[in-house]
Design a protein around this ligand. Structure first.
Ligand code: ZN
Length: 186
């Protein structure tokens, strides 16, 4: 498992934020109430400079002590020491686990609370998600129920397409760039 994670981390280390990440980063500085709830664990939103990121499924760049020994923070950022596999906890020398949410595991309660709070908004965009993994898939309809204008941006239709105000078929890089152009200069 750790070899697979080490491989993914190396691939992502070489990746760069794309135009979609850049537009969202700019909007996060332009709009004070901007919130980005991401299912991505790759950290590219942070690398793009996006503010107010809520990481629904954790981060590939964080680890936690599998035994929750309490001698170290429950989750901490760790990019450099994975030469030793499996990596060990610096507090108790027990095994570490990746700081991501796996299928069937509960979403962090603080993350859920922050996400729920963010649904009280004017506009909610669901970008680049197949909208099949719950509870994340229910966020856009939740925002709509609270009165937000909702739009989906995805190359293909998803289970959420019928329930949003606008379903825009396209790649995030192209559609967000176009929307940013329509918004004009700050
Ligand atoms: Zn420990």
């Amino acid at each position: 498992m750790w070899e697979w994670y080490a491989w993914r981390r190396e691939l992502i280390r070489a990746a760069r934020p794309n135009r979609a990440h850049e537009v969202l980063a700019a909007w996060s500085r332009r709009f004070p109430r901007f919130r980005l709830i991401t299912q991505n664990v790759d950290g590219l939103h942070e690398r793009a400079g996006t503010e107010n990121v809520i990481r629904f499924h954790g981060s590939l760049w964080e680890v936690s002590c599998r035994d929750a020994c309490g001698r170290v923070p429950s989750r901490w950022r760790e990019e450099g020491f994975l030469e030793e596999l499996p990596p060990r906890c610096t507090g108790c020398r027990g095994f570490l686990r990746p700081g991501v949410i796996w299928f069937g595991e509960p979403i962090d309660s603080g993350v859920l609370a922050a996400s729920t709070e963010a649904l009280d908004c004017d506009v909610c965009l669901a970008v680049g998600t197949s909208a099949v993994v719950y509870p994340a898939a229910g966020l856009v309809t939740g925002a709509g129920a609270l009165g937000a204008y909702t739009a989906e941006i995805n190359p293909e239709a998803t289970p959420a397409s019928g329930g949003v105000d606008a379903a825009i078929a396209g790649r995030a890089e192209a559609v967000l760039d176009e929307l940013d152009g329509l918004l004009g200069a700050p």
